[in-house]
Design a protein. Structure first.
Length: 748
């Protein structure tokens, strides 16, 4: 027999194993578990229970009093509903400790949710279990938020959305827009004009699971209208329902009817044909007038294979623009036309939508335009030649002036017949050379060939007939806005027309090349008490860059690509306008694009023109003249001619010397060269304006360089009379007399 000691040992061993098994069982639970005895003292708890009570984990040891645990939990702010009412919360927990409590929800301040249950034990204690339901709560909240979001979106949208039961059609939900449309109907059946329509619709929907753009007629508040319905079968709270959206097609149908009317009334030949066969689906009245009542587009072409080539290009690109071909009209005549077309899908078939433009008038105009452009090109070539001739003439001016002047004076001085004969030959040859130089300068300056009274409206109208059509073909709008009762101008109509053509075409090319802008505007108005006419040609294109503004009127200067421009156009315009005693400039104050301004003298009123002879006749008084020229021989020649007329003449070789003379001596007339070293004619004039303003009306220029940009600018800004070398004595005498008459001498 085993001893009593051995039996006690076995009992202890069995008890230990039991406790180990019980501990393992408690730890294996997914819930938090705690056992309290009849004195509400903690006996045992698993790790899950400790983790779920992390805020008081430091207290969870066997022997912990339940009331202490509750009060400390409240004090530490672990539970939301205990904050601010700790004593009441603890009292509630203590009262229900020994009751059966199932799934009591606790929310901790860290956001975790628990279901807590208490179960009394037979020995007077109780068991507490905890289950973490935080994830479930989040999922429920997300579902609620999602439902709320969907309802909020639908309630706020303008979409007509309904949810109805499949069987009886009773409405479960309708958006505000649906309620506005259909009113307070109870069933979706009430929305259909024909009850059988819903049966067919639901049958197809059940078979497909979804339907898009189902066309039928519906009714709402007693009104019938066409509608498009898209629907889905979805599960909602355990049953299949139909969620559908309705689109009222009333406006679309009305728009289609309007489009049909517009197409039939459109003045453009519009047509729809089947791509494969050419069968006509629609022809506007203009198409019928052009091609007749043919059933197929195959019969439109002069060459039978042309449509096949056209269709190949169309299929490759999907669209063609202004494709040219020769067609046959309904009356059998041939013509060249341009077709623009696009390939579309119409009811599952390739269809061509096209318009065909009769180019008969356009081609005739293009031929005329080509002729005008050729004429303009020839004028530009002549302008370039003129530049060369002007350079040659300028180099000849100074020496030729000496020959001409002395020859003419010798004729007046010598009395021997033989000498006179020889001098006459020299003079004749010199005059011939002078005429050649004058001819060169006239060609370079593009002098008007036929001056007459011209109506400006007709000139600009002719220019726009030539230049405007091409611009409008490129989508550029041209507007001409003259003021009423414009005075006539005295001009060569052809040359002024060419200037306007140049400027309009330049503006159009700038817009087309840059892709910026679409308008050209021309205005005309009288200025300076109707003594001048101002023409402005402006556009909303890219404008002229600041760094080239000063050079745009220079010959051969161009910003166009090689082969696209000669650089002569604006120089040509400048020369013509100046030959008409006018001005042309680029407006630097233009807000956008470019703006060229032309001013031309208005034609004198009949009977008001006064010659210069009467005024000149009044100025015969002898005076003092200062001659300024760095060419000593030319200065001496001018001085000698004037001395013979009785003038007192001083001759200097530079502008600086002239200023020294003017500081100590008064002069009735100052005759100055333009291009001189040191102080040139421009600087001399500017100094006179500043220091001797009384001399501004007494100065004139004698120069051999009237074609250079600097010289032209100086002469224009000064506004004073000038002579071109070589100078004839009679011209020189007349110039001095004019200035004397204008200024009245130093004592005036």
């Amino acid at each position: 027999m085993a001893s009593e000691t051995d039996m006690d040992t076995d009992v202890d061993t069995g008890s230990d194993r039991f406790h180990e098994l019980l501990s393992d069982a408690i730890e294996s639970l997914s819930e938090g578990f705690a056992l309290y005895d009849d004195n509400r003292k903690l006996v045992v708890c698993n790790q899950k229970y400790i983790e779920m009570n992390a805020g008081v984990a430091d207290l969870l040891h066997p022997g912990l009093d339940w009331e202490i645990l509750m009060r400390e939990s409240a004090r530490r702010g672990i539970y939301h509903d205990a904050i601010g009412r700790e004593d009441a919360w603890v009292s509630d927990r203590l009262q229900t400790t020994h009751d059966y409590v199932t799934d009591f929800e606790l929310v901790q301040t860290d956001g975790t949710h628990y279901l807590v249950s208490t179960h009394p034990t037979k020995m007077g204690g109780f068991v507490v279990t905890r289950t973490d339901i935080s994830d479930r709560k989040k999922a429920e909240a997300a579902t609620r938020d999602g439902d709320l979001l969907i309802r909020t979106v639908l309630d706020a949208s303008s979409a007509i959305v309904t949810m109805a039961r499949v069987g009886d059609g009773s409405l479960i939900y309708r958006s505000p827009a649906a309620r506005e449309l259909f009113g307070d109907t109870k069933s979706a059946r009430d929305h259909y004009v024909n009850p059988d329509d819903r049966a067919d619709f639901v049958t197809e929907l059940l078979a497909m699971g979804q339907i898009d753009n189902y066309y039928l007629r519906v009714q709402a508040k007693g009104r019938e209208f066409p509608a498009s319905i898209s629907a889905r079968i979805v599960e909602y709270r355990g049953e299949d329902v139909i969620v559908s959206s309705v689109v009222d097609l009333t406006k679309e149908v009305e728009a289609q009817q309007l489009i049909q009317q517009v197409l039939e009334a459109c003045p453009i030949p519009l047509q729809m044909t089947k791509a494969a066969t050419g069968e006509t689906l629609f022809s506007s009245p203009e198409t019928l007038a052009l091609f007749g009542n043919g059933d197929s587009a195959q019969s439109y072409y002069v060459e039978a294979q042309e449509r096949a080539r056209y269709l190949k290009e169309l299929r490759a690109a999907g669209v063609v623009r202004n494709r040219k071909a020769e067609y046959i009209k309904g009356d059998g005549t041939r013509f060249w036309g341009a077709v623009s077309a696009q390939l579309i899908d119409f009811k599952g078939e390739e269809v061509i939508v096209s318009s065909t433009r009769d180019m008969t008038d356009e081609l005739a105009l293009q031929e005329e335009l080509a002729a005008q452009r050729e004429l303009l090109y020839q004028n530009e070539k002549m302008s370039a030649l003129g530049e060369l001739l002007a350079g040659v003439a300028h180099e000849l001016n100074n020496p030729l002036s000496i020959v001409v002047g002395h020859a003419l004076m010798l004729q007046e001085d010598v009395t021997d017949p033989e000498t006179q004969r020889r001098v006459a030959k020299i003079g004749a040859a010199a005059e011939r050379c002078a005429r050649i130089v004058k001819t060169f300068l006239a060609m370079a300056r593009q002098r008007p060939t036929s001056m007459e009274r011209v109506n400006l409206d007709s000139v600009i109208g002719s220019a726009l007939d030539v230049a405007g059509y091409g611009q409008q073909q490129d989508g550029i709008q041209i507007a001409y806005a003259p003021e009423a009762d414009l005075p006539e101008i005295l001009a060569d109509a052809d040359q002024i027309t060419q200037v306007v053509i140049n400027l309009v075409m330049n503006a159009g090319q700038a817009i087309k090349t840059s892709g910026l802008g679409d308008q050209i505007r021309i205005t005309a108005r009288p200025v300076k008490a109707r003594s001048q006419i101002e023409i402005a040609i402006s556009d909303n294109g890219p404008g002229v860059p600041d760094h080239i503004r000063a050079r745009i009127f220079e010959p051969f200067f161009t910003t166009k690509e090689i082969g696209s421009g000669t650089g002569i156009g604006l120089a040509f315009c400048h020369r013509i306008i100046h030959s008409h005693n006018g001005q042309i400039w680029l407006d630097g104050q233009a807000v956008s694009g470019s703006r060229f301004v032309i001013r031309l003298p208005a034609a004198p009123q009949n009977g008001t023109a006064q010659g210069d002879s009467a005024r000149v006749a009044e100025a015969q008084a002898v005076g003092r003249v200062l001659v300024v020229d760095d060419e000593e021989d030319i200065g001496a020649l001018i001085a000698e001619v004037l001395k013979r007329e009785g003038y007192l003449v001083d001759q200097v070789g530079s502008g600086a010397q002239a200023l020294e003379r003017l500081a100590g001596q008064g002069y009735d007339v100052v005759l100055s060269d333009l291009n001189m070293p040191d102080v040139d004619g421009k600087t001399l004039f500017a100094t006179l304006k500043r220091e001797h303003p009384e001399m501004v009306s007494r100065i004139a220029f004698i120069t051999g360089d009237t074609m250079g940009p600097t010289s032209q600018k100086t002469l224009q800004e000064a506004g004073r009379p000038y002579l071109e070398k070589p100078v004839a004595p009679e011209e020189l005498r007349q110039l001095v007399q004019d200035i004397m008459a204008e200024g009245g001498g130093r004592d005036a």
